[in-house]
Write a protein that binds this ligand. Sequence first.
Ligand code: GDP
Length: 357
Amino acid sequence: MKNPFEKMPTVLTADEIIDKAFRRAEKAASALTPKGGPRAKARQREELRIRTISNVIRDNLRKLLDRTPGVSELPPFYRELVDTLVDRDQFHRSLAHVNWAIKTIRNLEQRYVEKIRYSRDPDEMSRLRRQFYGRVADVIRDIADDLEYLNQARNVLKDLPVVDLNLPTVVIAGHPNVGKSTLLRVLTNARPEVASYPFTTKGINVGQFEEHYLKYQVIDTPGLLDRPLSERNEVERQAILALKHLGKVIVYIFDPSEYCGYPIEEQTHLFEEIYAEFGEFPFIVVLNKVDIADEEKIKAVEEFVRAKGLEPLRISALNGEGLDELKERVIELVKPMVEEQARRIMERELRKYRDEL
Ligand code: GDP
């Protein structure tokens, strides 16, 4: 899936919209070669100005509405992230005001064109047209704040992460420097893409791997699942919890060598927090850097993990040890979901095929 706000256009300010429309109206009027007597000519010119203004403004606003998805219709992952970034009520209210402006301008256009058609006096026609200009400018200024808000929202929302919501996803967690990004790289055999993510300057790393024609997605979340949730503010927490809509399996990494700079007690503490928060997901716990870690420390961590009812796995993201087994475990856990997904796609295709027959 793409960023749902990818197509949202830059939102012009009220003044920019008015300027643009008025300029286009003048241009259209001066390019026109009206026919008939002075009255008919004036009528054609004023009508053209009015129609042009209305069209330019309505097209612009309509495009904004058409290309901006409603937050409530988004998949839960994006919905939750958007809620951390913009006020959903305000966002929808602003869109509703834009819709109101489109309708109001359309009504004004019809009313004023009609008045001009009934008028017999070119001066009056020009007065009516100016009156129309004034009314339209008022309508646009009425929604000036909404336009500004939508533009601010757009600037934030266009940076939402682009992840494939249809792929079963493995989320990697653990302290900084335990080897998360190294593991992602070796698991996915590809250069992971960096997707921006609210409240982390580093973004998230997204990679994929394929096994028996089925695709899996792996996400590393620098700055997100690498320090205690209890230290986070409300909004950061929500950005983290949005990950629940992506992750199907959590791979938690310990670094028993402690080269990461976090002693084992701190690592077990972070694990407890993340395990409690994401408890509904299957966890795979790996002990990384076994190539350089002390056996004693490895055993201590293993004991801690087993006491949680989990079977830890020794790996070295650097020299490849244990990686095949890790992949197997991931696939074992995720496969039922992938197969279900594949079945749905196949059924959909079959249905399409039958409908075409
Ligand atoms: P992240 O912050 O959790 O993403 O950690 P990185 O993947 O950046 O790894 C931090 C450091 O640990 C890097 O210098 C890696 O080369 C090193 N590292 C990662 N995995 C291993 C491993 O299995 N063995 C050893 N010896 N070093 C590793």
